[in-house]
Design a protein around this ligand. Structure first.
Ligand code: BES
Ligand code: ZN
Length: 466
């Protein structure tokens, strides 16, 4: 293990990192590399306040924050105000995307069927008010529908084999005026047709139990006259935002010219308060920004919350696509915090797009080992805002608990499921990992001789080493 000698006495200017000879008359204090790192970890940890994270999750998760809606806009203003209250100049980066507003009402009635039905909507379903006879159409594949005429009918289709969007298109192609897709497993469907398409007909989802019951009624020869109404859905151009707060290196002369991006997505899916997905990562990004504001660093840190992640990583993709060439070369790491506080999820893991280690996983494995005695494991995974960074060649990793909680993308993703212990643990690991890279001391080789190194008295005070 690398050993460092810090001298105090007649000369008190020697800094960490120097391989020093003890000064005459001075009693040397031997500091190991690991003690030094733990000392810096605590510069971050001592300032972290998990209640700040929790309270910001509470404020953000009062409502769903679907990209392009007023609720997302309010969240963006809230995040900006928080960054500014810590002393940051904050930029809002606006972008447009082709968005979808879910229906305000859906109604389904099946004459001759006396059970209750709770239809749910598919993202990108079109509006419509249709009625016709219900016909079972299997899995709705092209092969299965080859000899079927669905003209003027409403198709009842089971989930599986092909996408929801393909099922709707195949049925519409055969003349269906509406589609009902039922689950092939327990629980709600909560699905998407993938993208907008003019050829769709109104489509809703039912549970497996509901679909099976209708299917059985049809098998027994009943004629089920069905009405389906979808209202208020809208597809079109929407506006979303990224919020960017930048911490420049503390001392211009010691600027490494490197940039670290720490981020999370602030949007949620429709109907979900998104306390864990991803108010947790957003609130943690805010708290790390607050803590780092007053820490001396030689590396630029950008704290960014992204919009429209749930629409296909749109905010992070927009951010990366619009980076000047120079910035692309300067960004050395992206820490992506997505779902970092659920009481009901598994342990902390990281995901890199290619499944290989990189600077982010290395820094976090080192910090988690220092703090918890075990390195946080990583696996290959996408599905979040680290993807556009990784695709641009930037070392990036997602921080997430795995397996995910059962409330993922449901109305149950609410504040009461948030664990302060989980938040504290992730914030410590990520904060320490970032500081390990960004603090002054890590600028590369230090001068060999001590006296010329000007130590920050606060950082190198003997008392703090204990
Ligand atoms: N936070 C999730 C990603 C996630 C969830 C990763 C569970 C691993 C386990 C993210 O907000 C999300 O839902 N992503 C979408 C994909 C995206 C491209 C729209 C997803 O995974 O369906
Ligand atoms: Zn998410």
């Amino acid at each position: 293990m690398k050993k460092l000698v810090v001298s105090f006495g007649l000369t008190t200017t020697l800094a960490f990192g120097a391989i020093a000879t003890p000064v005459v008359f001075a009693k040397p204090i031997v500091v190991t590399q690991s003690q030094k790192e733990k000392f810096f970890d605590h510069k971050v940890i001592n300032q972290l306040n998990v209640d700040n994270i929790y309270n910001n999750i509470a404020s953000l998760s009062e409502t769903p924050r679907v990209a392009g809606t007023e609720a997302e806009h309010n969240a963006v203003q809230y995040i900006k105000e928080q960054f500014e209250s810590y002393g940051y100049e904050t930029e809002i980066q606006q972008f447009t995307f082709y968005g979808y507003t879910p229906p305000s009402a859906i109604e389904l009635s099946v004459n001759g069927y006396d059970g209750t039905l709770n239809p749910s909507s598919f993202t990108y379903t079109v509006n419509g008010n249709v009625s016709g006879e219900l016909v079972y159409a299997g899995l709705g594949t092209v092969a299965e529908l080859q000899n079927t005429d669905l003209t003027g009918k409403i198709a009842l289709i089971q989930r599986g084999e092909i996408s929801f969007g393909e099922k709707v298109l195949n049925a519409a192609e055969k003349g269906a005026i509406g589609v009902i897709i039922f689950n092939n497993t327990s629980g709600a469907v909560n699905g998407t047709l993938g993208e907008a398409n003019d050829k769709y007909v109104p489509a809703v989802a039912l549970t497996k139990a509901e679909g099976d019951a209708l299917h059985e009624a049809l098998i027994s020869g009943e004629v089920l006259h069905t009405s389906l109404q979808v209202e208020g859905a809208r597809a079109g151009e929407s506006i979303s935002h990224n919020v960017i707060a930048t911490k420049k290196p503390t001392n211009k002369k010691k600027d490494t010219n490197d940039v670290i991006v720490v981020g999370a997505h602030h949007d949620s899916v429709a109907g979900a308060p998104g306390a864990n997905d991803d108010a947790s990562g957003t609130a943690m990004t805010l708290e790390l920004a607050r803590v780092f504001k007053n820490l001396p660093t030689d590396t630029e840190i950008r704290f960014i919350t992204f919009g429209a992640e749930e629409n296909g990583l749109l905010g992070s993709a927009h951010y990366v696509a619009n980076l000047p060439e120079d910035d692309l070369n300067r960004i050395i790491a992206n820490f992506n915090l997505d779902m970092v506080g659920s009481r009901d999820a598994g342990n902390l893991t990281m995901a890199t797009l290619d499944g290989k280690p990189n600077l982010v996983t290395e820094l976090a494995q080192a910090s988690s080992t220092r703090l918890n005695g075990e390195p946080t494991p990583f696996y290959a995974g996408g599905r979040s805002d680290h993807v556009p960074f990784a695709e641009a060649g930037i070392p990036a990793a997602l921080f997430i608990h795995s397996p995910s909680e059962p409330w993922y993308h449901t109305p149950e993703d609410s504040l009461d499921k948030i664990s302060k212990e989980k938040l504290q643990d992730v914030a410590e690991i990520v904060g320490s990992a970032i500081y390990d890279q960004a603090r002054f001391d890590n600028m590369g080789p230090k001068p060999k001789k001590g006296p010329k190194v000007k130590a920050d008295p606060e950082l190198y005070h003997e008392q703090s080493l204990k």
